[in-house]
Write a protein that binds this ligand. Sequence first.
Ligand SMILES: Cc1ncc(COP(=O)(O)O)c(C=O)c1O
Length: 515
Amino acid sequence: MMEKIDILISTDIIFDALIAQAEDVPASAEILKLCSENKIKGWITADDYIKIFSCIKENNQLSNNLIEKHLSCLSIIPIRSQTISDAHELNDKDFSDNIKIAAAQSMNIKYFITLKMMNCSRSSVKVMLPADFLKVFNNHNIMFISEKIAFVNLKVQFHQIYNQIDDQINKVINETSFIQGKYVKAFEKNFAKFCKAKHCIGVGNGTDALFIALKALNISRGDEVLLPANSFIATSEAVTMAGASVVFVDCDPETYNIDLNRIRSKITNKTKAIIPVHLYGQPAHMSLISEIAKEYNLNIVQDCAQAHGATFDNKPLADFGDILCFSFYPGKNLGAYGNAGAIVTNDNEIANKVLMFSNHGRKDKYKHEFEGINSRLDDIQGAVLNIKLNYLNQWNDSRRNASILYNTLLEDIELITTPYTLPNVKHVYHLYVIRLKKRNELQAYLSQNNILTGIHYPIALPNLEAYSYLNHKPADFPVASQYQNEILSLPVYPGIAESTVRHVSQIINNFMKKL
Ligand SMILES: Cc1ncc(COP(=O)(O)O)c(C=O)c1O
């Protein structure tokens, strides 16, 4: 686990490395080696790539193996018209160097490595000689800690897949295939396969997914739907949007998911469905929820917005209940580059209804069989999600490793409760949430130490003003009402460095020692 430094490499570095003899390894070759070992993220501009490639092709003495070795590990930054305008703004003498600096700036790359000493005062990009850069690299941890630690840093994953994303988005635009086109269809097929389910239908966002799921189950006015007291408001909003009544159930004191012991007392003859939310990435107890649903003839709509890739009892979540609803909001485990969502089901009839409802109640262009809504996944999001899906397991593992390390480093602190994980689940750690009485003080202390955190959620749903019409008191939901003041979400995202997790834990330890 290592948060990588991004560097832009100049042509002279590559040539320096290419002509190096085996016994004499210059810093340039060492830098390229670090890139090929995936320890540094190396970039090259498109014009430099062309320059090197043509030169190598003309020079028969340099073998294809060398080309492969030195260029294949680098990602290419395209030169766009914006890069050219930015280069003009830089106004330094050498326009070709300005292009490099502007290209690095466009990708948030901090270092430009070249053999040429130059001064670029107008840009935040640091121009460095390879040997000087190696010194910085070896001090990476010290440097890194002086920067702000984001709660979620999406740049790490973006840089990993940048070229694929760039190519695919350009394809969508060139093919003018914008809505429910082949990129959406391909993603739907792949995501259904990933979920081990028969159908996936892309929709506009996760909130719509929940609403459409309830509509597909014919849930409407007069019906009651059970859901946990601690979730994002989208879960309950969808119920109200469908015309049904929201019925909150307190959360389990250990898992923070819906409390199985409190579900039965909330069931009436109007109850039609239950929405378990797999909060923070840990599945709710799906086999017991399924038993209750069977006993009372309730539909199950799973809110999987935080649980892409989670499993229960070694089974995919699609094995339980009627419908799974996903959000692909950018920060989710599988996140789009805008709003997006999906519904996953094994039921042909439900799939058909969802498909039609989310597209104005139609299958054919102007044959509307009923009124629906416009909630379609667009192809730019489909293309992005399709690429990212290939990395989801790897990124979930990265979240899990970071969370396990947090557990090890924090579980001995008496006043902090680390997450409890059911033994039979695969938790995908959308969030890593600790609990303590001095939550606000710790959050402020972490912020003073440049560490950003979150609270999910600071006001439990029944206590929100939006639900004051239900006349609930905090005491009606004792666990959710207590925990809303104690929970704290620590930084966790794919690619988070081990050193970051250790540093955050160290600062937490420092704070606790002062109490
Ligand atoms: C538990 C839960 N449900 C539903 C949603 C709604 O998803 P979206 O923002 O895509 O509408 C979210 C997203 O934040 C969520 O966390």
